[in-house]
Design a protein around this ligand. Structure first.
Ligand SMILES: *[C@@H]1O[C@H](CO)[C@@H](O)[C@H](O)[C@H]1NC(C)=O
Ligand SMILES: *[C@@H]1O[C@H](CO)[C@@H](O)[C@H](O)[C@H]1NC(C)=O
Length: 434
Protein backbone atom coordinates (compact mmCIF):
# COMPACT_ATOMS: atom_id res chain seq x y z
CA UNK A 1 0.00 0.00 0.00
CA UNK A 2 1.62 3.32 -1.03
CA UNK A 3 2.13 5.82 1.76
CA UNK A 4 0.44 9.19 2.07
CA UNK A 5 2.53 12.37 1.86
CA UNK A 6 4.09 13.65 5.06
CA UNK A 7 2.64 16.94 6.31
CA UNK A 8 5.91 18.89 6.48
CA UNK A 9 7.43 17.60 3.24
CA UNK A 10 7.43 20.08 0.34
CA UNK A 11 4.23 19.80 -1.72
CA UNK A 12 3.71 21.51 -5.06
CA UNK A 13 0.23 22.15 -6.39
CA UNK A 14 0.31 23.16 -10.04
CA UNK A 15 -2.78 25.19 -10.93
CA UNK A 16 -4.56 27.96 -9.00
CA UNK A 17 -8.10 27.17 -10.08
CA UNK A 18 -10.93 25.73 -8.04
CA UNK A 19 -9.28 22.29 -7.71
CA UNK A 20 -5.80 23.50 -6.71
CA UNK A 21 -6.86 26.26 -4.34
CA UNK A 22 -9.62 24.34 -2.57
CA UNK A 23 -7.15 21.48 -1.95
CA UNK A 24 -4.39 23.85 -0.76
CA UNK A 25 -6.82 25.56 1.59
CA UNK A 26 -8.12 22.34 3.13
CA UNK A 27 -4.62 20.86 3.58
CA UNK A 28 -3.26 24.05 5.14
CA UNK A 29 -6.16 24.86 7.44
CA UNK A 30 -7.70 21.55 8.36
CA UNK A 31 -4.87 19.03 8.06
CA UNK A 32 -1.72 20.88 9.17
CA UNK A 33 0.30 20.68 5.94
CA UNK A 34 3.07 23.25 6.35
CA UNK A 35 5.02 23.36 3.09
CA UNK A 36 2.58 23.97 0.22
CA UNK A 37 3.50 25.98 -2.87
CA UNK A 38 0.91 26.74 -5.55
CA UNK A 39 2.33 27.42 -9.02
CA UNK A 40 0.49 28.96 -11.96
CA UNK A 41 1.18 30.91 -15.12
CA UNK A 42 -0.80 33.90 -13.84
CA UNK A 43 -2.03 35.28 -10.52
CA UNK A 44 -5.38 33.77 -9.59
CA UNK A 45 -7.99 34.23 -10.91
CA UNK A 46 -6.05 32.99 -13.94
CA UNK A 47 -7.45 34.95 -16.93
CA UNK A 48 -7.71 31.99 -19.33
CA UNK A 49 -8.48 29.32 -16.75
CA UNK A 50 -12.00 28.02 -16.30
CA UNK A 51 -12.36 29.39 -12.73
CA UNK A 52 -12.63 33.01 -13.88
CA UNK A 53 -14.91 35.78 -15.13
CA UNK A 54 -17.98 37.10 -13.50
CA UNK A 55 -20.35 34.16 -13.12
CA UNK A 56 -20.77 30.42 -12.63
CA UNK A 57 -24.05 28.59 -12.22
CA UNK A 58 -24.85 27.42 -8.71
CA UNK A 59 -27.49 24.70 -8.89
CA UNK A 60 -28.26 21.56 -6.99
CA UNK A 61 -30.12 19.74 -9.78
CA UNK A 62 -28.27 16.60 -10.73
CA UNK A 63 -29.51 13.33 -12.12
CA UNK A 64 -26.56 11.68 -10.28
CA UNK A 65 -27.30 11.30 -6.54
CA UNK A 66 -23.62 11.74 -5.58
CA UNK A 67 -23.25 15.18 -7.20
CA UNK A 68 -26.76 16.07 -6.10
CA UNK A 69 -25.83 15.56 -2.43
CA UNK A 70 -22.50 17.35 -2.90
CA UNK A 71 -24.27 20.29 -4.53
CA UNK A 72 -26.73 20.50 -1.65
CA UNK A 73 -23.74 20.76 0.75
CA UNK A 74 -22.11 23.38 -1.46
CA UNK A 75 -25.29 25.42 -1.77
CA UNK A 76 -25.62 25.58 2.02
CA UNK A 77 -22.06 26.95 2.15
CA UNK A 78 -22.68 29.51 -0.63
CA UNK A 79 -25.67 30.74 1.34
CA UNK A 80 -23.72 30.91 4.62
CA UNK A 81 -21.74 33.90 5.85
CA UNK A 82 -18.55 32.26 4.51
CA UNK A 83 -19.47 32.79 0.87
CA UNK A 84 -22.74 34.74 0.66
CA UNK A 85 -21.01 37.92 -0.54
CA UNK A 86 -20.05 36.05 -3.73
CA UNK A 87 -23.37 34.29 -4.25
CA UNK A 88 -26.48 35.70 -5.97
CA UNK A 89 -29.64 33.70 -5.45
CA UNK A 90 -31.40 34.73 -8.63
CA UNK A 91 -33.21 31.41 -9.12
CA UNK A 92 -32.43 28.73 -11.70
CA UNK A 93 -34.37 27.12 -14.53
CA UNK A 94 -33.81 24.57 -17.29
CA UNK A 95 -36.02 24.53 -20.35
CA UNK A 96 -36.53 22.07 -23.17
CA UNK A 97 -38.95 22.01 -26.06
CA UNK A 98 -37.68 18.53 -26.93
CA UNK A 99 -36.89 15.52 -24.79
CA UNK A 100 -33.85 16.56 -22.82
CA UNK A 101 -32.42 13.29 -21.39
CA UNK A 102 -31.05 15.21 -18.46
CA UNK A 103 -34.42 16.64 -17.52
CA UNK A 104 -35.99 13.21 -17.93
CA UNK A 105 -33.33 11.69 -15.68
CA UNK A 106 -33.98 14.35 -13.10
CA UNK A 107 -37.74 13.80 -13.32
CA UNK A 108 -37.41 10.08 -12.71
CA UNK A 109 -34.96 10.58 -9.86
CA UNK A 110 -37.45 12.93 -8.30
CA UNK A 111 -40.26 10.43 -8.76
CA UNK A 112 -38.17 7.83 -6.96
CA UNK A 113 -37.79 10.39 -4.15
CA UNK A 114 -34.02 10.30 -4.40
CA UNK A 115 -33.60 14.00 -4.95
CA UNK A 116 -32.90 16.24 -1.99
CA UNK A 117 -33.72 19.37 -3.99
CA UNK A 118 -37.19 19.17 -5.47
CA UNK A 119 -37.84 21.57 -8.29
CA UNK A 120 -41.07 22.87 -9.68
CA UNK A 121 -42.09 21.39 -13.01
CA UNK A 122 -44.02 23.59 -15.42
CA UNK A 123 -45.38 21.85 -18.48
CA UNK A 124 -45.36 23.55 -21.89
CA UNK A 125 -48.89 24.95 -21.63
CA UNK A 126 -48.19 26.82 -18.38
CA UNK A 127 -44.45 27.51 -18.26
CA UNK A 128 -44.47 30.90 -19.99
CA UNK A 129 -47.06 32.36 -17.69
CA UNK A 130 -45.67 30.84 -14.49
CA UNK A 131 -42.09 31.95 -15.14
CA UNK A 132 -43.01 35.48 -16.21
CA UNK A 133 -45.14 35.91 -13.10
CA UNK A 134 -42.17 34.90 -10.94
CA UNK A 135 -39.58 36.79 -13.03
CA UNK A 136 -40.91 39.90 -14.80
CA UNK A 137 -37.48 40.48 -16.41
CA UNK A 138 -37.74 37.30 -18.55
CA UNK A 139 -38.34 38.20 -22.20
CA UNK A 140 -37.99 34.88 -23.97
CA UNK A 141 -40.98 32.99 -25.35
CA UNK A 142 -41.46 29.79 -23.33
CA UNK A 143 -44.77 28.75 -24.88
CA UNK A 144 -43.42 25.51 -26.36
CA UNK A 145 -41.05 24.58 -23.56
CA UNK A 146 -41.27 22.53 -20.40
CA UNK A 147 -39.43 24.22 -17.56
CA UNK A 148 -37.89 22.97 -14.35
CA UNK A 149 -37.48 25.78 -11.87
CA UNK A 150 -35.84 26.15 -8.48
CA UNK A 151 -35.76 29.42 -6.59
CA UNK A 152 -32.82 28.05 -4.55
CA UNK A 153 -29.98 28.46 -6.98
CA UNK A 154 -28.38 31.17 -9.01
CA UNK A 155 -24.82 32.18 -9.68
CA UNK A 156 -21.51 32.91 -7.99
CA UNK A 157 -18.96 35.54 -8.89
CA UNK A 158 -16.11 33.25 -9.97
CA UNK A 159 -13.47 35.97 -10.16
CA UNK A 160 -14.12 37.26 -6.65
CA UNK A 161 -14.62 33.82 -5.10
CA UNK A 162 -11.29 32.57 -6.48
CA UNK A 163 -9.52 35.76 -5.43
CA UNK A 164 -11.00 35.37 -1.94
CA UNK A 165 -9.97 31.71 -1.76
CA UNK A 166 -6.41 32.56 -2.87
CA UNK A 167 -6.23 35.20 -0.15
CA UNK A 168 -7.46 32.69 2.45
CA UNK A 169 -4.78 30.22 1.25
CA UNK A 170 -2.12 32.90 1.54
CA UNK A 171 -3.20 33.79 5.06
CA UNK A 172 -3.07 30.08 5.94
CA UNK A 173 0.61 29.97 4.95
CA UNK A 174 0.41 28.69 1.36
CA UNK A 175 3.14 30.10 -0.95
CA UNK A 176 2.39 31.26 -4.49
CA UNK A 177 4.72 31.48 -7.48
CA UNK A 178 3.47 32.89 -10.80
CA UNK A 179 4.93 34.06 -14.10
CA UNK A 180 7.79 32.16 -15.79
CA UNK A 181 8.89 30.72 -12.43
CA UNK A 182 5.37 29.38 -11.90
CA UNK A 183 4.84 28.06 -15.44
CA UNK A 184 5.50 24.33 -15.29
CA UNK A 185 6.82 22.97 -18.58
CA UNK A 186 7.66 19.43 -17.47
CA UNK A 187 7.87 17.08 -14.52
CA UNK A 188 11.13 15.94 -12.94
CA UNK A 189 11.40 12.22 -12.28
CA UNK A 190 13.96 9.78 -10.94
CA UNK A 191 12.96 6.29 -12.00
CA UNK A 192 9.24 6.06 -11.41
CA UNK A 193 9.24 8.73 -8.67
CA UNK A 194 8.40 12.42 -9.05
CA UNK A 195 11.06 14.77 -7.70
CA UNK A 196 9.67 18.13 -8.76
CA UNK A 197 8.94 20.33 -11.76
CA UNK A 198 10.83 22.30 -14.39
CA UNK A 199 9.61 25.84 -15.07
CA UNK A 200 9.59 28.13 -18.10
CA UNK A 201 12.26 30.22 -16.32
CA UNK A 202 14.63 27.25 -16.60
CA UNK A 203 14.52 26.59 -12.86
CA UNK A 204 13.65 23.38 -11.06
CA UNK A 205 11.47 23.25 -7.98
CA UNK A 206 11.77 20.09 -5.92
CA UNK A 207 8.97 18.44 -3.99
CA UNK A 208 8.05 15.07 -2.55
CA UNK A 209 4.61 15.26 -4.10
CA UNK A 210 3.29 17.14 -7.13
CA UNK A 211 -0.42 17.74 -7.62
CA UNK A 212 -1.54 18.53 -11.15
CA UNK A 213 -4.62 20.72 -10.82
CA UNK A 214 -3.86 21.87 -14.32
CA UNK A 215 -7.24 21.53 -16.02
CA UNK A 216 -7.04 21.80 -19.79
CA UNK A 217 -3.22 21.77 -19.70
CA UNK A 218 -2.93 18.41 -17.90
CA UNK A 219 -2.43 16.08 -20.85
CA UNK A 220 0.44 18.23 -22.12
CA UNK A 221 2.38 17.69 -18.88
CA UNK A 222 2.19 13.91 -18.57
CA UNK A 223 3.64 12.46 -21.75
CA UNK A 224 3.52 8.82 -20.66
CA UNK A 225 -0.21 8.55 -20.13
CA UNK A 226 -3.11 9.23 -22.41
CA UNK A 227 -5.66 10.18 -19.86
CA UNK A 228 -9.32 9.78 -19.86
CA UNK A 229 -9.51 13.56 -19.99
CA UNK A 230 -9.71 15.92 -22.90
CA UNK A 231 -9.58 19.71 -23.24
CA UNK A 232 -12.30 21.36 -25.32
CA UNK A 233 -13.10 25.03 -25.82
CA UNK A 234 -16.64 26.31 -25.19
CA UNK A 235 -17.83 29.70 -26.44
CA UNK A 236 -18.61 32.54 -24.01
CA UNK A 237 -19.94 36.01 -24.90
CA UNK A 238 -20.97 39.20 -23.11
CA UNK A 239 -23.51 41.88 -24.06
CA UNK A 240 -23.40 45.36 -22.56
CA UNK A 241 -26.64 46.85 -21.22
CA UNK A 242 -27.43 50.37 -20.10
CA UNK A 243 -28.20 50.74 -16.38
CA UNK A 244 -31.90 51.19 -17.25
CA UNK A 245 -32.02 48.04 -19.35
CA UNK A 246 -30.23 46.08 -16.65
CA UNK A 247 -32.73 47.25 -14.08
CA UNK A 248 -35.67 46.24 -16.25
CA UNK A 249 -34.21 42.79 -16.95
CA UNK A 250 -32.76 42.12 -13.51
CA UNK A 251 -35.65 39.94 -12.27
CA UNK A 252 -34.59 36.83 -14.17
CA UNK A 253 -33.16 33.47 -13.12
CA UNK A 254 -30.13 31.72 -14.58
CA UNK A 255 -31.63 30.03 -17.66
CA UNK A 256 -30.36 26.93 -19.46
CA UNK A 257 -31.72 25.83 -22.81
CA UNK A 258 -31.18 22.07 -22.62
CA UNK A 259 -31.90 21.69 -26.37
CA UNK A 260 -29.01 23.91 -27.52
CA UNK A 261 -26.74 23.90 -24.45
CA UNK A 262 -26.79 27.73 -24.40
CA UNK A 263 -27.30 29.31 -20.99
CA UNK A 264 -27.39 32.85 -19.66
CA UNK A 265 -27.13 34.87 -16.47
CA UNK A 266 -29.01 37.90 -15.14
CA UNK A 267 -27.30 41.29 -15.70
CA UNK A 268 -24.23 41.74 -13.50
CA UNK A 269 -24.62 44.26 -10.68
CA UNK A 270 -22.52 47.41 -11.30
CA UNK A 271 -21.21 46.47 -14.78
CA UNK A 272 -24.63 45.63 -16.35
CA UNK A 273 -23.45 42.84 -18.62
CA UNK A 274 -25.32 39.78 -19.80
CA UNK A 275 -23.23 36.62 -20.10
CA UNK A 276 -24.07 33.73 -22.41
CA UNK A 277 -22.17 30.51 -22.91
CA UNK A 278 -22.68 27.03 -24.29
CA UNK A 279 -22.42 23.85 -22.22
CA UNK A 280 -21.85 21.70 -25.28
CA UNK A 281 -19.38 19.20 -26.72
CA UNK A 282 -16.89 21.92 -27.56
CA UNK A 283 -14.00 22.45 -29.95
CA UNK A 284 -10.70 20.58 -29.91
CA UNK A 285 -7.26 21.67 -31.04
CA UNK A 286 -4.51 19.44 -32.39
CA UNK A 287 -1.13 20.07 -30.85
CA UNK A 288 1.85 17.77 -31.36
CA UNK A 289 3.52 17.16 -27.99
CA UNK A 290 5.91 14.36 -28.83
CA UNK A 291 6.61 11.80 -31.49
CA UNK A 292 3.23 10.63 -32.79
CA UNK A 293 1.40 12.21 -29.88
CA UNK A 294 -1.26 14.80 -30.72
CA UNK A 295 -3.49 16.24 -28.03
CA UNK A 296 -6.15 18.91 -27.69
CA UNK A 297 -4.91 21.71 -25.46
CA UNK A 298 -4.93 25.49 -25.15
CA UNK A 299 -1.50 27.10 -25.48
CA UNK A 300 0.74 27.06 -22.39
CA UNK A 301 2.53 30.33 -23.07
CA UNK A 302 0.41 33.42 -23.46
CA UNK A 303 -3.15 34.28 -22.48
CA UNK A 304 -5.70 32.18 -24.39
CA UNK A 305 -8.48 34.65 -23.57
CA UNK A 306 -6.69 37.62 -25.16
CA UNK A 307 -7.68 37.37 -28.83
CA UNK A 308 -11.47 37.31 -28.41
CA UNK A 309 -11.66 34.88 -31.34
CA UNK A 310 -14.48 32.33 -31.68
CA UNK A 311 -15.03 29.99 -34.65
CA UNK A 312 -17.91 31.20 -36.87
CA UNK A 313 -20.29 28.36 -35.91
CA UNK A 314 -19.68 28.96 -32.20
CA UNK A 315 -20.34 32.68 -32.52
CA UNK A 316 -23.49 31.96 -34.53
CA UNK A 317 -24.82 29.57 -31.88
CA UNK A 318 -24.25 32.12 -29.13
CA UNK A 319 -25.93 34.77 -31.26
CA UNK A 320 -28.98 32.59 -31.76
CA UNK A 321 -29.04 31.97 -28.02
CA UNK A 322 -28.82 35.71 -27.34
CA UNK A 323 -31.76 36.39 -29.67
CA UNK A 324 -33.77 33.58 -28.08
CA UNK A 325 -33.19 34.66 -24.47
CA UNK A 326 -33.07 38.43 -25.03
CA UNK A 327 -35.21 39.46 -28.03
CA UNK A 328 -34.70 43.13 -27.17
CA UNK A 329 -30.88 43.24 -27.12
CA UNK A 330 -29.84 39.89 -28.62
CA UNK A 331 -28.42 41.35 -31.84
CA UNK A 332 -26.22 43.89 -30.12
CA UNK A 333 -22.45 43.62 -30.82
CA UNK A 334 -20.51 41.48 -28.32
CA UNK A 335 -18.73 43.38 -25.58
CA UNK A 336 -16.32 40.44 -25.28
CA UNK A 337 -15.93 36.88 -26.54
CA UNK A 338 -13.69 34.05 -25.41
CA UNK A 339 -13.25 30.30 -25.24
CA UNK A 340 -13.66 28.66 -21.86
CA UNK A 341 -11.47 25.53 -21.69
CA UNK A 342 -13.23 22.53 -20.17
CA UNK A 343 -11.42 19.39 -19.07
CA UNK A 344 -13.85 16.64 -19.98
CA UNK A 345 -14.00 13.05 -18.81
CA UNK A 346 -16.19 10.32 -20.33
CA UNK A 347 -19.00 10.64 -17.76
CA UNK A 348 -18.17 14.11 -16.39
CA UNK A 349 -16.73 12.57 -13.21
CA UNK A 350 -13.73 14.46 -11.87
CA UNK A 351 -10.26 12.85 -11.94
CA UNK A 352 -8.86 13.06 -8.40
CA UNK A 353 -6.33 10.29 -7.82
CA UNK A 354 -2.70 9.22 -7.87
CA UNK A 355 -1.11 8.46 -11.22
CA UNK A 356 -1.34 4.68 -11.77
CA UNK A 357 2.42 4.16 -11.84
CA UNK A 358 4.35 7.38 -11.18
CA UNK A 359 4.88 7.75 -7.44
CA UNK A 360 4.23 11.12 -5.87
CA UNK A 361 2.06 12.41 -8.73
CA UNK A 362 -1.55 13.24 -7.92
CA UNK A 363 -4.26 14.57 -10.24
CA UNK A 364 -7.03 16.95 -9.20
CA UNK A 365 -8.72 17.84 -12.46
CA UNK A 366 -11.37 16.73 -14.94
CA UNK A 367 -13.92 19.39 -13.96
CA UNK A 368 -16.00 18.68 -17.07
CA UNK A 369 -17.58 22.12 -16.89
CA UNK A 370 -19.43 21.53 -13.64
CA UNK A 371 -16.94 21.73 -10.76
CA UNK A 372 -16.94 25.40 -9.83
CA UNK A 373 -20.20 25.27 -7.87
CA UNK A 374 -18.52 22.87 -5.40
CA UNK A 375 -15.80 25.40 -4.46
CA UNK A 376 -16.70 25.58 -0.74
CA UNK A 377 -16.77 21.79 -0.25
CA UNK A 378 -14.54 20.37 -3.01
CA UNK A 379 -11.25 20.70 -1.10
CA UNK A 380 -12.11 18.27 1.67
CA UNK A 381 -13.09 15.53 -0.77
CA UNK A 382 -9.93 16.06 -2.84
CA UNK A 383 -7.90 16.03 0.38
CA UNK A 384 -9.59 12.78 1.46
CA UNK A 385 -8.54 11.22 -1.86
CA UNK A 386 -5.05 12.70 -1.43
CA UNK A 387 -4.75 11.09 2.01
CA UNK A 388 -6.34 7.87 0.69
CA UNK A 389 -9.17 8.28 3.18
CA UNK A 390 -12.03 8.66 0.73
CA UNK A 391 -14.68 5.95 0.51
CA UNK A 392 -13.96 3.17 -2.01
CA UNK A 393 -16.99 4.42 -3.99
CA UNK A 394 -15.54 7.91 -4.32
CA UNK A 395 -12.05 6.63 -5.09
CA UNK A 396 -13.52 4.55 -7.87
CA UNK A 397 -15.72 7.35 -9.20
CA UNK A 398 -12.81 9.81 -9.40
CA UNK A 399 -10.10 7.29 -10.38
CA UNK A 400 -7.32 8.23 -12.81
CA UNK A 401 -7.78 5.88 -15.70
CA UNK A 402 -5.83 5.48 -18.85
CA UNK A 403 -7.56 6.67 -21.98
CA UNK A 404 -7.22 5.55 -25.55
CA UNK A 405 -4.29 6.90 -27.50
CA UNK A 406 -4.85 9.76 -29.90
CA UNK A 407 -7.66 11.08 -27.77
CA UNK A 408 -7.85 14.44 -29.52
CA UNK A 409 -10.55 13.16 -31.86
CA UNK A 410 -12.72 11.43 -29.29
CA UNK A 411 -15.91 13.09 -28.13
CA UNK A 412 -16.90 12.77 -24.51
CA UNK A 413 -20.52 11.87 -23.91
CA UNK A 414 -20.65 13.60 -20.54
CA UNK A 415 -23.49 13.27 -18.07
CA UNK A 416 -26.31 14.08 -20.47
CA UNK A 417 -26.43 17.77 -19.53
CA UNK A 418 -24.74 18.94 -22.74
CA UNK A 419 -26.63 20.36 -25.68
CA UNK A 420 -25.87 21.41 -29.24
CA UNK A 421 -23.75 19.84 -32.00
CA UNK A 422 -21.11 17.15 -31.56
CA UNK A 423 -17.51 18.03 -30.73
CA UNK A 424 -15.59 19.49 -33.67
CA UNK A 425 -11.83 19.59 -34.26
CA UNK A 426 -10.79 23.10 -35.30
CA UNK A 427 -9.12 23.58 -38.69
CA UNK A 428 -5.49 24.70 -38.71
CA UNK A 429 -6.59 28.18 -39.76
CA UNK A 430 -9.07 28.45 -36.91
CA UNK A 431 -6.60 27.12 -34.38
CA UNK A 432 -4.02 29.72 -35.47
CA UNK A 433 -6.46 32.48 -34.55
CA UNK A 434 -7.03 31.29 -30.95
C1 LIG B 1 9.85 23.37 2.68
O1 LIG B 1 10.65 22.38 2.05
C2 LIG B 1 11.86 22.88 1.53
C3 LIG B 1 12.55 21.77 0.74
O2 LIG B 1 12.73 20.63 1.53
C4 LIG B 1 12.73 23.36 2.68
O3 LIG B 1 13.96 23.90 2.17
C5 LIG B 1 11.97 24.44 3.45
O4 LIG B 1 12.72 24.82 4.59
C6 LIG B 1 10.60 23.93 3.88
N1 LIG B 1 9.84 25.02 4.41
C7 LIG B 1 9.11 24.90 5.52
C8 LIG B 1 8.37 26.10 5.93
O5 LIG B 1 9.09 23.87 6.16
C1 LIG C 1 -11.36 18.36 8.42
O1 LIG C 1 -10.80 17.12 8.02
C2 LIG C 1 -11.42 15.97 8.59
C3 LIG C 1 -10.67 14.74 8.11
O2 LIG C 1 -9.29 14.87 8.35
C4 LIG C 1 -12.88 15.92 8.20
O3 LIG C 1 -13.50 14.84 8.82
C5 LIG C 1 -13.57 17.22 8.57
O4 LIG C 1 -14.89 17.20 8.06
C6 LIG C 1 -12.82 18.41 8.02
N1 LIG C 1 -13.41 19.65 8.48
C7 LIG C 1 -13.74 20.61 7.63
C8 LIG C 1 -14.29 21.85 8.28
O5 LIG C 1 -13.60 20.54 6.45
Amino acid sequence: MPSTPSKDAPLIIVGAGVFGLSLAYDLATNRSYTNITVLDRYMPPVPDGSSVDVSRIIRSEYADPFYSALAVDALAEWRSSNWASQYHESGFMMLSAGNSPYMQGYRSMRQEQKSQQPMELFEAHEADKRIKTLYPGVQTDLKDAAVMHNNMGGWANAHDAIRGLATRCSLAGVSFVTGAHGTVVSLEKVGSRITGVQTAAGTKIFADTVVLATGAWTNGLVPDMNHNIMAVGQPVGFIQLSPDEAKRMSAMPVMVNMDTGVFCFPPTPDTHQLKLARHGFGFATQVQVGPGRVISTPKLRGNNAATGYLPDDAEKALREGAKFFFPEVGDRPWANLRMCWYTDTPKSDFMVDYHPDTEGLFFATGGSGHAFKFLPVLGKHIADCFERKASPELQNKWAARRGESGNSKRAMSGDGSRGGPQMRVLTGKEQAKL
